[in-house]
Ligand binder design. Structure first.
Ligand SMILES: Nc1nc2c(ncn2[C@@H]2O[C@H](COP(=O)(O)OP(=O)(O)O)[C@@H](O)[C@H]2O)c(=O)[nH]1
Ligand SMILES: [Mg+2]
Length: 258
C-alpha cells in the first residue's frame, strides 16, 4: 500500500465495544468509497470477554469492508499512545499514519475531509492535527467543564513547551510516515499525553505541523478521568519538557566539542 496518498488509520480502543458499533461501520463504508485507506483497530488489555466482542464485530465488518484489517489484540494495557504506536508499526507501507478516537466524536465524514486535505497538501506540508475551535463555520459541541479543562491543559502545554498549539489533545491526527520514522525512537510517552510528545518531536525535527479546525461533539462514556488523568498528563508534559531540554543541551554539547 505504498502509493501516494495511502493512509493507515489506527482506532485505539479501550473497552469500546459499546461505543464503536455506532462509528466503525460508517467509517469503513466511507473509507472503502474513498479508497487508498486501511483501518486497524487496536485493543489492549480490556479482558477476554471484551476482546471477544471486539473481535466478533471486526470479523463481521471485514466481510463487507476490505478497508478493515484484522483486530490487533494486545494482552497488556499499554495506554492510548502505546496502542497508536503499536498500530502504526504495522503500517503496510502507507504514506500517511493516522489515528481517530473510537467514540465517533469526529464523524466519518470529518475523517474523510481530513484525509482529502492531507492528500491535497501532500506530505511535504507536514502533519495535520485536528483541533476543536468554536468558530463560525464549524460545529463544536463540548460539555462546559470538559471544554474548560481542555483549554487549561492546552494553555499549559503552550506555555511549558513554548509551542503555540491550540488543541494538542483532539482525537484525530495524520502524520507523514517518513516524518514519523524520523522521530519515532524519541517517543516514550504511552498515555494520553503522547500527542504532546509527538508534536514536540516533529517540531524539533523541523517538520511542519498544521492544526485544522474540525466538527466535534462530545460522546458520553469517555475513558479520560478528569482529575486523575489530568494530573498524569501534566506530569508527562513536564517530563517531555525535561527530555527536550536535555536533548537540546546534548546537541549544543556536540556542536561545541566539534
Ligand atoms: N487502545 C487503547 N485505547 C485507549 C486507551 N485509553 C483510551 N483509549 C482510546 O482513546 C480514545 C479517546 O478516549 P476517550 O475515552 O474517548 O476520551 P475522552 O472522550 O476524552 O474521555 C478512545 O478511542 C479510547 O478507546 C488505552 O489504554 N488503550
Ligand atoms: Mg472521547
Amino acid at each position: 500500500m505504498s502509493a501516494p496518498g495511502t493512509v493507515f488509520l489506527v482506532v485505539p480502543c479501550s473497552r469500546e465495544s459499546g461505543r464503536i458499533g455506532e462509528f466503525l461501520p460508517g467509517l469503513c463504508e466511507k473509507l472503502d468509497a474513498l479508497g487508498g485507506c486501511r483501518v486497524l483497530v487496536v485493543e489492549d488489555g480490556s479482558g477476554v470477554d471484551e476482546q471477544r466482542r471486539m473481535n466478533d464485530m471486526v470479523t463481521v465488518l471485514q466481510a463487507k469492508h476490505p478497508v478493515l484489517c484484522d483486530l490487533l489484540m494486545l494482552q497488556e494495557n499499554i495506554g492510548k499512545g502505546g496502542a497508536v504506536h503499536a498500530g502504526w508499526a504495522r503500517h503496510e507501507g502507507a504514506e500517511w499514519l493516522a489515528f481517530v478516537d473510537a467514540d465517533g466524536s469526529i464523524t466519518p465524514d470529518e475523517v474523510c475531509r481530513l484525509i482529502k486535505l492531507a492528500r491535497e497538501r501532500g506530505t511535504e506540508q507536514g502533519a495535520i492535527f485536528a483541533t476543536r475551535v468554536l468558530m463560525l463555520g464549524r460545529d463544536v459541541r463540548r460539555r462546559f467543564f470538559r471544554h474548560l479543562i481542555g483549554r487549561v491543559y492546552a494553555t499549559l502545554v503552550s506555555w511549558l513547551l513554548h509551542t503555540p498549539v491550540y488543541d494538542s489533545q483532539c482525537g484525530c491526527k495524520l502524520v507523514p510516515r517518513q516524518d514519523f520514522a524520523r522521530v519515532a525512537s524519541r517517543l516514550t510517552i504511552t498515555g494520553f499525553a503522547f500527542d504532546v510528545q509527538l508534536l514536540a518531536a516533529l517540531l524539533d525535527a523541523g517538520i511542519t505541523v498544521r492544526e485544522e479546525p474540525i466538527d466535534w461533539h462530545d460522546v458520553a462514556g469517555g475513558k479520560v478521568r478528569l482529575v486523575c488523568d489530568s494530573i498524569l498528563m501534566f506530569r508527562d508534559v513536564l517530563r517531555i519538557r525535561r527530555l527536550r531540554k536535555e536533548r537540546a543541551q546534548g546537541r549544543q554539547g556536540t556542536v561545541m566539542s566539534s
